[in-house]
Structures are given as C-alpha cells and as structure tokens.
Design a protein around this ligand. Structure first.
Ligand code: AMP
Length: 325
C-alpha cells in the first residue's frame, strides 16, 4: 500500500470532486508530458467514476502529445461556476486556457514551490517527483477509478518528470507509487517508453548541433543560444530544446546548463535551465521565470536580460564550487 501522510487532504479533495457537477482541470502553459498526462488522467478518472459529471481538461493542444489523449474546448458560457482543479502549476498567470472562466473555487495539486495561487484546497508537495505521481496517489487512495489508459498516462508522466527515476525528485515514495500503479493496472509499461523517447533522426541531428555548439565556461556553466533559423534548419520548434535538456544531466563538465531559444512568434527568449547542484529557481524568477530548485525556466525579453541571466547562473556555479573552500 502506498504510504500517504495527508490522507485527510486527499479525502477532502475527493469529497469536493464528488460534490461538484462541473469540473475544469487545467495545467501550465508550454506543457510537458507530466502536465498533459496528469490533467488527462485525472479528467478520465473523474469521468469513469462519476459518468454524470461534466469534466473538462483544458489548455492548448500540443500535437507532440497527442498519444496521451485529447483535450477539451468547452464553451465556458455554458458552465455554471465549475470547480477548477489546477495541476503542476504554482502561478495564476501560467495556467493555460482558463481566460474568461468563472469558477467557484480552486483545488491545487502541485509539486512546484508555492507561488501566488490561492486555493481552497492546496496540496503542494515539492518532495513529489511529478504531478502525475500526486494524481496517482489521489486515485489509489480514494474511490476514484483507474483504467489502463489512465495508468499508462500516469506512468508516462512520472517517468518523464523524474527522467526515468534518475533526478533528485525521485524518492522511495515514487517507487512505492509506481509499484502500486503497476500492480493494480497490470499495464505493459516497456512499450510506453517509445512515446517519450522515440524521435525522428532530424531531432538527433539537432541534439548533435546543441552538443557541438554548447559553450562551457570555467565555472562549469554551459549555455547555447538557439536562433530561429537553426530551429527551421532542423525542423524543430521552440519547445523542442526544453524536451532535450535533460539529456545533458550526466556530463562531468557541467554544473548548470541553459538552453536559450529564440521565440520569434512571441518576441521573447525561452530559457530552460537545469542544475546538478546550485539552486536555480531563485535566479530564474528574476527573469520572468521560476520552477523547481534544479529544473527551471525563464522568459527574458531582451538579449541584455539573457546575458544577465547567463552571468547570474555562471556566478551561482562559481559560488557553489567555492562553498566548501
Ligand atoms: P522547462 O525547462 O520549460 O521544462 O521548465 C522547467 C520547470 O520550470 C517546469 O517546472 C516549468 O513549469 C518551470 N518554468 C518554465 N518556464 C517558466 C516560467 N517562465 N515561469 C515560471 N516557471 C517556469
């Protein structure tokens, strides 16, 4: 059985779901597999448990993630103050697809450090590997139902956000939850890795481009600025670098690394940052960003801001290297 400390909170979340006739589930903009998988899994679980309810998973559709299932585009005018459940996001302005939604209250389930979302029920736990792990624990410990597709999505979300159980956010609880998930669902999980890790050869060439052009400074800080024409040349989009950045976790010469991608459409730079030691989310938050201690993102608007961010990250590496001297 999965060990849960906050059983009462989970029961309260379940009770609120049971009480609500209409529910909208949302996650962060620029979603990753965990955000998409946890949202769709929770929607599907509520739907099969309470078929009479109206339950919607909202947010922009990302074609790369179509294997997880489709999202909903309800007309909010037809809803009557639904319950809003937000997953995998701590800040109000980063919730995707709820503009113009008049909701009654918010339930929040998230593993990022707390920010400005003020929820009626708030399950924030930065010790969890992923939002998918949290949704999985919610389902396994309440009367919410599971099926094969839900289990597959949750497995994918956990594997992806923990980078195959290799990141610091992986704990014995993660394994405990996954063990229970596999035991009750009996899913054939090995073929699922294709969904996360199969890539076209052009994307592998793009990985080679990043590797060949990554600058690593004397403080073990690595960075690359990826221009729009390079994205076009390799037939990838501005979201691709953040999907590849975890590949660089096991490189001795790197302490922190940042991929800066030109986002012409939105006239900003999209920065993904990862760390093997220094805390980076406090730095990212100075540049229109945030995230986890060791996995963050930012959206600086000018090249000057980008340079300042890169300098701050390099300095954090130097301070980290010198801290025991
Ligand atoms: P990414 O590099 O895009 O995969 O993001 C890593 C982590 O940082 C995720 O948890 C994101 O939700 C978070 N994050 C990314 N960009 C931002 C941003 N501009 N503001 C706040 N958090 C962000």
């Amino acid at each position: 059985m999965v060990i849960i400390i906050n059983k009462r909170l989970l029961n309260n979340i379940y009770r609120e779901v049971k009480k609500s006739k209409e529910i909208v589930i949302a996650r962060h903009i620029g979603p990753d597999p965990d955000a998409v998988a946890s949202t769709i899994a929770l929607r599907d679980s509520i739907r099969i448990t309470f078929p009479q309810k109206k339950v919607y998973a909202v947010g922009a559709t990302v074609s790369r993630f179509k294997a997880y299932g489709s999202l909903d585009h309800p007309n909010f005018n037809n809803l009557n103050n639904p319950l809003l459940i937000v997953l995998d996001v701590p800040n109000m302005h980063r919730i995707d697809g709820i503009d113009d939604l008049a909701y009654s209250k918010i339930i929040k389930i998230d593993h990022h450090p707390k920010e400005d979302i003020n929820a009626y029920l708030d399950w924030t736990d930065t010790a969890k590997s992923s939002a998918s792990q949290m949704v999985c624990e919610l389902i396994l410990n309440t009367k919410l139902k599971m099926n094969k597709k839900i289990a597959e999505n949750l497995f994918l979300g956990i594997v992806s956000d923990s980078e195959r159980f290799s990141l610091k956010n992986t704990t014995y609880e993660t394994f405990d939850t996954v063990k229970e998930l596999l035991r009750v669902s009996k899913i054939d999980f090995v073929p699922l890795y294709d969904i996360l890790y199969n890539r076209p050869f052009s994307e592998h060439k793009f990985i080679a481009y990043i590797t060949n052009n990554l600058t690593i400074d004397q403080n073990k800080f690595g960075y690359i600025i990826i221009k729009d024409d390079v994205l076009k040349e390799y037939n990838v989009d501005s979201a691709t670098p953040s999907n590849l950045i975890n590949n660089y976790h096991f490189i001795n010469d790197l302490l922190v690394w940042a991929f800066v991608t030109e986002d012409i459409k939105n006239d900003i730079y999209k920065v993904s940052i990862r760390s093997r030691g220094p805390i980076i989310n406090n730095i990212a938050s100075k540049y229109n960003g945030g995230g986890h201690k060791f996995a963050s993102g930012a959206k600086p608007k000018t090249m000057e801001e980008v340079n300042n961010l890169l300098n701050d990250l390099s300095k954090a590496c130097l301070e980290y290297e010198n801290k025991d001297i």
